[in-house]
Design a protein around this ligand. Structure first.
Ligand SMILES: [Zn+2]
Length: 84
């Protein structure tokens, strides 16, 4: 007998014509290949819901060429844009 909960079935993805979708390009160098990066936020015990210090990773995408992270992806991360 399995006690594992059933995974909810994913809704069938709607067909999207990606040729009609915008390709995000690096604002700095127009490269369109991005790599996943993580911004690491250190949570102090004072604001942590568990009362313990911890590190929370925020996944962002950075330009595979120059490393620039689109400002849009940094929204809400609390990281100031240093390059301008
Ligand atoms: Zn770039």
């Amino acid at each position: 007998m399995s006690t594992k909960p059933m995974k909810p079935l994913k809704k069938p993805a709607q067909k999207v014509d990606l040729s009609q979708a915008d390709t995000m390009k690096c604002e700095k160098c127009s490269n369109y290949l991005f790599i996943t990066s993580y911004v690491l936020k250190r949570i102090s015990a004072l604001i942590s819901p568990t009362g313990q210090e911890g590190i929370v990773p925020i996944q962002v995408y950075s330009c595979g060429n120059c490393g620039h992270v689109p400002a849009k992806l940094m929204e809400g991360s609390g990281v100031e844009e240093e390059l301008s």
